[in-house]
Design a protein around this ligand. Sequence first.
Ligand SMILES: [Zn+2]
Length: 222
Amino acid sequence: MAPNRGRAKDVVSIVGTAKIRCPGCGIERACELVQSINTRADPSAKQRLLGGELNVLRCACGRRAQLAATVLFHDPDADFLCQVCPGGGDAMIRGAAAFERSGATGTMRLVPSLSALVEKVKILDAGLEDWALEMTKVLLLASLDVRDLDRVLLFDRVDPGTHVIRWVLFGDGDEVPANVSSSLGAYQRLAVRTNAKPTRTELQIDRAWAMAAVRTMITAAN
Ligand SMILES: [Zn+2]
């Protein structure tokens, strides 16, 4: 099934069926495959995405496997487009070209995985700016004194009562993920620095982007 190439305003929910070979038992199974989500037209697909139930093969042998597929997420009310480009690399280049052709005007993002899309959607729903949040992550990781700044740290939610951001920090191996929190105020101080805000052509707002942005900010302050 070809990814949606229509204009952004015409993005419709695309649902098909794919034949997937189970990585557990090797038997081919039919599996529902969602390649495009329009949150206005199909809010249930968004709920399945957030619940980790989208594009999952559930085999009779008991194996559960996440399908690596191109997924275009469109929230017309927030004017937000995000495309999952599995594996990055060439898929990212194709995703960027599709955005270019689409003539879309809102916020556009490319991410390498469905879990990265889930985080972007949670950030959007919380009313936060992903770029300022990614910068917050870098500063938070540096303050936590973890050995490498590439550790996976995922946004979970904002706690409105205590004005803190809740995060989940993943360990190196089989360690149980840790709950971490940071002040919402520290994020807000970054978010008002609009000179750090990405331009329209910056589509991958990830750790690498944030490391460079923080470096630029620190250099400018000195
Ligand atoms: Zn199986």
